[in-house]
Design a protein around this ligand. Structure first.
Ligand code: HEM
Length: 516
């Protein structure tokens, strides 16, 4: 053998060794990645006798694509259908392991289990200090205390009733504003008005304060803070699923959160200081007695909160209570513009029960079952939280039917898929409030065919307050105006899931005052 041949032989052997080596790595990565559910599920597979069906997704990013569009609830519903995985589907996004259910029975099992009473904490929520507030606080004594305090002092039927006159006044202001916009522009873009009404409603209950939303005023400043928070919490943040790139903060989420926290601390801190000052001066006015800030300041001993925890709790409540109510009202009004017959029918009911010379009140709502049915049907067709807004996190290993779900898995419920499932709802794609007149389905969390407020330990604590606000404002808006389409423009029902599921193109319509 010549030395040249020897070298050539050695070189080609090394080459084939290298190819073999890389081949092995490639096969290993493939073998890991090709498990149902994708990369994040590889380690837990050995413990599971039955693999939860689901897409493998791409090698590193997993099923990230489902979240990058404007309607992840639809993308995930489609995936669950194609993998025959309605009860439970597994998938990965980066290193995060997910399960999602599109089935009422399995959803009930997950939401009601103490194993799923925690929430995964996104970086943005953590940076905004929401882990010290009810919505993201870990399941435990601190969270339980916050739920107890708010159930007694914020969400009790007595408190909700106590704020009726303010809700009516808010509704009246909105009606006046809509009239003004119609005169000025010949049409009304209602989104901002609804947001303003909803934000003020929560502000009053929580801070004992309402705002005029004029350029440069405190109200505008508040609205900017709230909107920035929505955007940050609604952003898909790579750091949540790819820890290695987390420190780079590529999207600038962390930086923006820190900047927002400082502004919120100043804004809310000032209101807390004003409340403290009134106490020192013994000058509590009637209107400020009993708002939620006062309640938190009155807490004693173990319940007492630090100022920064108070800010987190107050801010979280404002956050949760504003968007959902405004978004739901916009969908309802869009439906009213589209279905003129349904609008006429509910207006006839309002006229019969209330008349058109006096304003609707909370006590009228019970006598307006068709109005309530419209709200339910809109919650079914357009749930503000189609994926129930905030996911759950398993704190221990858990079995869902045959399937094994390891501790540390993020669990989601696709409420949108359930409420659009033809096997659950007859004519699921038709807007038919009548279905709820004949069949009084509870929407408060006991029947998972329609649970827009979630269920179980972390069910929405503000559901009664949210519904009271939606019912009253809607009744006032329908009593005051006929809602009709603009000439030459259709109502566009395209959805866009941010923090809540909004109308991609805000509703623009005309309002015609009804007889006084
Ligand atoms: C139409 C109105 C509303 C809808 C559709 C809605 C929906 C939801 C949903 C789906 C959840 C998650 C439930 C779960 O994980 O099972 C939730 C949680 C929550 N909601 Fe609401 N909500 C509404 C109004 C409100 C209001 C008015 C407030 C307060 C002023 C509020 C405060 C909260 C809080 C604090 C949580 C977190 C509870 C916890 O984790 O312990 N919500 N909401």
């Amino acid at each position: 053998m010549t030395p040249e041949y020897h070298l050539l032989f050695l070189h080609s052997s090394l080459l084939s060794l290298e190819t073999f080596f890389w081949g092995l790595i490639f096969i290993a990565v493939f073998a890991f990645w090709l498990v149902p559910g994708g990369l994040a599920w590889t380690r837990s597979r050995s413990k599971a006798p039955f693999a939860i069906p689901g897409p493998t997704g791409f090698p590193l990013t997993g099923s990230l694509g489902a979240f990058t569009g404007s309607a992840p609830h639809r993308a995930l519903a489609k995936l669950a259908q194609s993998f025959n995985a309605k009860p439970l589907m597994a998938f990965s996004v980066g290193l995060t392991r997910f399960v999602i259910s599109s089935d009422p029975e399995t959803a009930k099992e997950i939401l009601n289990s103490s194993a799923f009473a925690n929430r995964p904490i996104k970086e943005s929520a953590y940076e905004l200090l929401f882990h010290r507030a009810m919505g993201f606080a870990p399941y435990g004594t601190y969270w339980r205390n916050l739920r107890r305090i708010s159930a007694t002092h914020l969400f009790s039927p007595k408190r909700i009733a106590g704020f009726e006159s303010f809700r009516r006044e808010m509704g009246f202001k909105m009606v006046e504003n809509a009239k003004y916009l119609m005169l000025k522009n010949g049409e009304v873009e209602i989104k901002r008005l609804l947001h303003f009404g909803s934000l003020n409603n929560v502000m009053m209950t929580v801070f004992g304060k309402s705002y005029d939303f004029e350029e440069g005023g405190d109200g505008m400043g508040l609205e900017e803070l709230v909107n920035e928070g929505y955007e940050l919490l609604g952003t898909f943040n790579w750091s949540d699923h790819f820890p290695l790139v987390g420190w780079l903060d590529l999207q600038g989420v962390r930086k923006r959160c820190r900047c927002l926290v400082q502004k919120v601390n100043v804004f809310v801190g000032k209101i807390i200081e004003e409340h403290k000052l009134k106490r020192v001066n013994g000058a509590l006015s009637d209107s400020s007695v009993g708002d939620f800030v006062d309640v938190l300041l009155d807490l004693e001993k173990d319940d007492k909160l630090s100022d920064s925890d108070m800010i987190a709790v107050l801010w979280d409540t404002i956050f949760r209570g504003t968007d959902t109510v405004a978004v739901l009202l916009e969908w309802i009004l869009a439906r009213m513009v589209l279905h003129q017959d349904i609008q006429s029918k509910v207006q006839a009911d309002i006229d019969a029960v209330v008349g058109n010379s006096s304003l609707v009140s909370d006590s009228d709502i019970i006598n307006l079952p068709y109005l309530q049915a419209i709200v339910k049907e809109t919650l079914r067709m357009h749930p503000p939280g189609p994926l129930l807004s905030w996911a759950r996190l398993s704190t221990r290993d858990f079995h869902v039917g045959y399937y094994f779900v390891p501790a540390g898995t993020t669990a989601m419920i696709n409420m949108w898929a359930i409420t659009h499932d033809d096997t659950v709802w007859a004519e699921a794609d038709k807007f038919k409030p009548e279905r709820f007149v004949d069949d009084d389905v509870s929407i408060m969390g006991s029947d998972l065919r329609l649970a827009p407020f979630g269920a179980g330990r972390r069910v929405c604590p503000g559901k009664a307050m949210g519904l009271a606000t939606v019912h009253l404002l809607l009744a006032q808006l329908l009593q005051s105006f006929r809602w009709i389409p603009c000439v030459g423009c259709d109502v566009d029902l395209t959805e866009c899931l941010k923090l809540s599921m909004e109308m991609k193109n805000p509703l623009v319509c005309r309002v015609v005052p009804r007889a006084a």
